[in-house]
Design a protein around this ligand. Structure first.
Ligand code: AMP
Length: 191
């Protein structure tokens, strides 16, 4: 199995790039944000639990998020590997992911991070908000809160995977194709 964490702040382009990479490398793409939004749309219990946090740009609590991720893994028993997009976002989530991979006799092979300037992120998200229909993309103060939460709670995971020699930073500015090319170089090297 090849298991990759696609990392970076909100608006870095993780979802866009995962859509290309999953086909190229035959991996299952799990976006925790997408799973939450699907549940919100379908008014499930999980959706109801998560909605308040997401609309404010806060993280959904670890226990809820980890349970959900574990279910997503169970739903894909025959996967060749995974691209994790938007997970893990805390050290507790990273630890849990390690255990879930152990249970599959597998491991995380790499954290590949898209590095993008903050003001570029804000611009991209405001632009996306014109069509995404996402409440958390519609308001600049919520966008800035999501970026703040990223630096306050999530960015430390760079260190976590660097210590395991699994961190690869990639320039996340440029054309979509250029960035896919940069990411592919890293994935080709590790898989
Ligand atoms: P995203 O689509 O990755 O930008 O995520 C949108 C929102 O979903 C985030 O701002 C959080 O509220 C929530 N979310 C997604 N993934 C996670 C996670 N791993 N841990 C906690 N909250 C998450």
């Amino acid at each position: 199995m090849t298991n990759i964490i696609l990392f970076g702040p909100p608006g870095a382009g993780k979802g866009t790039q995962a859509a290309f990479l999953k086909d190229k490398y035959n991996l299952v793409h799990i976006s925790t944000g997408d799973v939450f939004r699907f549940n919100i749309k379908n008014k499930t219990e999980l959706g109801t639990l998560a909605k308040g946090y997401i609309d404010q740009g806060q993280l959904v609590p670890d226990e809820i998020t980890i349970d959900m991720l574990s279910n997503e893994l169970d739903n894909n028993p025959d996967a060749n590997g995974f691209i994790f997009d938007g997970f893990p976002r805390t050290e507790a989530q990273a630890e849990a992911l390690g255990h879930l991979m152990d249970d599959k006799d597998s491991q995380i092979d790499a954290m590949v991070a898209l590095e993008v300037d903050d003001e570029v992120l804000v611009k991209r998200l405001l632009e996306r908000g014109k069509t995404s229909g996402r409440a958390d993309d519609a308001d600049e103060s919520i966008i800035r809160n999501r970026i703040k939460v990223y630096y306050g709670e999530t960015a430390i995971l760079k260190n976590y995977y660097q210590k395991q020699d699994k961190y690869y930073g990639v320039d996340g500015e440029g054309s979509i194709e250029e960035i896919t090319e940069r990411l592919s170089k890293v994935i080709d090297k590790i898989s």
